[in-house]
Design a binder for this molecule. Structure first.
Ligand code: BGC
Length: 904
């Protein structure tokens, strides 16, 4: 070897070596506090830190962590002025680690870092400095509520303004803000923040959230103008049935406190008090169901800028005595603007109406560009579908007007969008547009809670991919601060049954941790004194509207689901009383361990043919259902009591559960295991909730399968049976039947609506019938996520991503190829990092690619791999164990990327 070659050889080795050691370095990523990245306005006295490990080494587990917290980021980085050092904890916990330092103070921004070691002896550096900022504790709220003079009887939105003086240069400033109704804040002529529908919808009489906005670069030294616009929202506007208004109160008002920290270190608190003026402006009315009327001739131009003169017509706001209600930091993601859609076409319907199509049924609103004469009125109506003839169809909105009216000011091109309303729509009808309406004048913007998309699911089948897309859009459209049944008609309520049915799928698709943390608190707050849970949360249906099986069980199913998906033990602690109260209600309702009383929705919207002469309707006895959910909730309560170390409760409820099951068997099962309701839902619930004696389960699964076959491989389940149908089939070895149901294209099935052009999940299996006519106008939403609950099976059986310890600390990857699929790929961002399970079948071979995040372990089940020559990352594999039923090979693996190939 000549010298040069030799040198370059060493150089290459050196480079390779350093690249390798660089790549192997351990570091920390995905740092969050209370599920949020650098949040402000946290009011938990014990916030929790989470992080994930980044490493290229396989089989990595965290062996210890160390946290430090300070109030100065630069000093913290240098290891100085640390207010809390956790010390080294020899543990693999990296998710939801409690703060353990001195009491946290209102409005203080705390900075934090973490460093970790792993099982290979690597140590990370200190992580980047992240922060969280505390909100205002109850005692630190000193502002007054502000409202209009006299009774707030006008529909128009009041615009409040006030000027404030800032005497010194600012280091940091934060506004804390909430309202009765909805608010939009402006400072010095610009909108503050990108939140919509703030302060969100909670059980307002018990809990009111405030939001925090960073004003450090918004406020300036000298004179500043602040503007607040109020809308009716859920608080005062129309909500629930029967044209109900003022459910929570009749006076819109707001509360604001700004805390300014100057560069000299001093602090000042600016409070809402008597100095506010208000005036009515362009928003003449704005209602969630009915839409908005906006007269731009009445716009108060520049009203929130400092040079505006609030002269004639401006009135004095007044201090409002607000009922004492806990003011709470916001734990759920704010509603924000998301995807935008251009109109794909503007056309005339057979009736001669001008309609635009955005190609996607979405929830939000339109922007419309127009120029015309002052006083020209444009009305925009919203619809999800066109009827059989191609006409604009709004009957399914029932009494919701869902219409925006924009009045032009004649001053050139204007762009309109509403403020305190939202619509569920794919089509808009435009009337009164001046001139020629080009598609480019129209945009639709989706608005929903700002949840990260955590999951993806794609297969070789186009229709199935569309179904997944529809499920996701059903979620986006109905997760607008609360999980609603539908987003378009005069309803849009937090139906508990729908929410529990869809929860698991929701948690695969998106990060719903904060979203449901908030909603569960409202559930507990609105729970009736006897433990019964209202049908809708927040409850706007009044007293006595609750206690229905499968609906009220949201109180146990969702907290347990949150614990499983996110490893959140605190949710269980906080919801335990509510869970137990619901259990207590069911116990009180039952006699001899059987629950056979009260009103129930049952297996809502199950299959029933029109002229049912043969008795093919899939009716499941409501009390049979009640008994299964009673047992299920009891099981979840036992699980929870175990996690929380409540031994006595574990004993009491375990004894009860055995009795509930025997009572079920006595009442609803023959000695050979036939159920009194021989429906799919009957068998599915009995099997999924382990209601039957072990020895009679296999035959019950066979009965379920023959029932499915008797309907020509069609499902007949409603809201309660659907989520578990394929889960049960797979559990008992009938994944092939589950695939037949999934790929069924004729009614009733998941793909039937997809074939009919759906872009979201429908409320009914036959919202649009084969002949193009509609189901009952009175209840026919085209954006109702409940049946989208099949999504869970797609992730956990087709892609095969399942958890086996809370938060995916341990997981199972068990893909089950089937049907006509030749490939599938699922990914899930877990608290520990990204899990991937991808398979494809090619030339008689299956190729599997799996990623397991650091600090977790997985059990891999390679489908039909027994007795095959399996290559793992190119090397022949020696089987570790195999699963008899599925002829799988079971392997235990630590973190890393894995590639398998074998004959298939
Ligand atoms: C809602 C449902 C809800 C149901 C109760 C309907 O009006 O849209 O989704 O769960 O009532 O059965």
């Amino acid at each position: 070897m000549n010298l040069l070659l030799k040198h370059s050889f060493f150089f290459v080795v050196l480079v390779l070596f350093s690249v390798k050691s660089f790549a192997q370095k351990l570091s920390v990523k995905n740092q969050t506090v209370e599920y949020q990245y650098n949040p402000i306005g946290i009011d938990s006295s014990l916030p929790r830190f989470s992080w994930a490990l980044s490493t290229s080494l396989k089989n990595t587990l965290q062996s210890s962590y160390e946290l430090r917290v300070g109030t100065d980021s630069v000093k913290l980085k240098g290891g100085k002025e640390i207010i809390w050092a956790s010390g080294i904890h020899q543990t693999d916990q990296s998710v939801l680690v409690n703060y353990g330092g001195p009491e946290l103070q209102s409005d203080i921004r705390y900075f934090w870092q973490v460093r970790v070691r792993d099982n290979h002896g690597n140590a990370s550096a200190w992580s980047p400095v992240n922060f969280w900022q505390m909100g205002l504790k109850a005692a630190d709220w000193t502002s007054e509520w502000i409202t209009v003079a006299g009774k707030d009887t006008l529909k128009a939105s009041p615009y409040f303004r006030r000027e404030i003086q800032i005497s010194k240069p600012i280091r940091r400033a934060t506004a804390y803000l909430t309202a009765n109704g909805l608010y939009e804040a402006h400072i010095n002529g610009s909108r503050v923040g990108d939140h919509y529908f703030a302060p969100g919808w909670t059980s307002y009489k018990n809990r009111l959230q405030y939001q925090a906005y960073d004003l450090s670069t918004v406020l300036k030294k000298g004179n500043n103008a602040i503007g607040i616009v109020l809308g009716d929202g859920w608080y005062k506007g129309r909500i629930g049935f029967d044209y109900q208004h003022n459910y929570y109160g009749d006076q819109r008002a707001f509360l604001m406190q700004i805390v300014v920290e100057y560069t000299d270190g001093s602090k000042e608190t600016l409070k809402t008090d008597n100095g506010w003026k208000y005036q009515y402006g362009a928003i003449l009315s704005s209602d969630i169901y009915d839409g908005e009327v906006y007269d731009s001739r009445k716009a108060l131009k520049g009203w929130s800028a400092t040079d505006y003169k609030a002269g004639q017509g401006w009135m004095d706001g007044r201090v409002f005595k607000h009922d004492a209600v806990p003011l709470l930091g916001t734990v759920s993601p704010p509603v924000k603007k998301h995807e935008q859609f251009k109109a794909i076409r503007v056309f005339k319907t057979p009736k001669g109406e001008t309609v635009a199509d955005f190609g996607q049924n979405l929830v939000g609103w339109e922007q419309i560009k127009a120029s015309g004469a002052a006083g020209n009125k444009i009305t925009v109506s919203h619809a999800e579908v066109l009827d059989k003839e191609g006409n604009f169809y709004t009957k399914n909105l029932r009494s919701a007007k869902s219409q925006n009216t924009y009045i032009l000011n004649g001053e050139g091109e204007q762009v309109f969008e509403p403020h305190f309303t939202y619509h569920g729509f794919r089509y808009i009808k435009i009337e009164g547009y001046p001139g020629v309406l080009e598609p480019s004048a129209l945009t639709a913007t989706a608005l929903y809670s700002d949840m990260k998309q955590n999951g993806t699911f794609v297969t070789s089948d186009t229709l199935l991919n569309k179904l997944q897309r529809n499920i996701l859009w059903g979620q986006k459209g109905n997760f607008l601060d609360v999980p609603t049944d539908c987003p378009q008609r005069d309803e849009r309520l937090g139906w508990t049954g729908d929410a529990q049915a869809f929860f698991s799928t929701a948690a695969y698709n998106m990060d719903v941790a904060g979203f449901f943390t908030k909603w569960l608190k409202d559930l507990a707050a609105d729970q009736y004194g006897d433990g019964s849970v209202p049908h809708v949360i927040p409850n706007v249906l009044g007293n006595g509207q609750g206690g229905a099986t499968g609906w009220a069980d949201a109180s146990t199913i969702i907290p347990w689901g949150m614990y499983e998906s996110y490893g959140d033990r605190r949710i269980l602690e906080e919801q335990y009383a509510s869970m137990k109260a619901w259990e207590g209600y069911m116990i009180a309702q039952s006699k001899n361990d059987l629950w056979t009383t009260g009103f129930h929705f049952g297996d809502w919207l199950f299959y029933r043919p029109n002229d049912d002469t043969e008795g093919r309707s899939a009716v499941t006895d409501k009390y049979l259902i009640a008994q299964t959910f009673f047992a299920h909730s009891t099981q979840l309560l036992i699980n929870t009591a175990k996690v929380l170390g409540k031994k006595e409760d574990v004993e009491v409820y375990t004894a009860l559960l055995a009795k509930l099951k025997s009572a079920f068997q006595r009442e609803y099962m023959t000695s050979t295991g036939r159920l009194v309701s021989g429906t799919q839902t009957g068998y599915v619930l009995a099997l999924h909730f382990d209601m039957l004696p072990e020895a009679l389960r296999a035959q019950a699964a066979e009965r379920l399968v023959s029932n499915v076959e008797s309907y020509g491989n069609h499902l007949t389940t409603g809201f309660l049976g659907t989520p578990y149908l394929c889960q049960v089939l797979s559990r008992f070895g009938y994944t092939d039947v589950a695939y037949k149901l999934l790929f069924q294209e004729s009614y009733p099935s998941w793909l039937y609506p997809v074939k009919m052009g759906a872009t979201t999940i429908w409320e009914r299996w036959d919202g649009i019938k084969e002949d193009g006519t509609f189901q009952n106008d009175g209840m026919n939403s085209f954006n109702h996520y409940a049946y989208g609950a099949i999504g869970e099976w797609m992730y956990n059986h087709i892609a095969g991503i399942k958890l086996s310890a809370p938060g995916y600390k341990q997981l199972i990857i068990a893909p089950e190829p089937g049907g006509k699929l030749t490939s599938a790929r699922g990914t899930l961002m877990t608290p520990y990092g990204l899990v991937k399970s991808e398979w494809k079948i090619e030339n008689g071979k299956i190729i599997l690619d799996i990623s397991i995040p650091a600090n977790t372990r997985a059990s891999l089940l390679l489908p039909k791999a027994a007795q095959k020559e399996v290559k793992e990352n190119g090397v022949n594999l020696k089987a570790e164990a195999s699963n008899a039923i599925r002829k799988d090979i079971q392997l235990s693996r630590g973190s890393g990327e894995y590639h398998f190939e074998y004959g298939f």
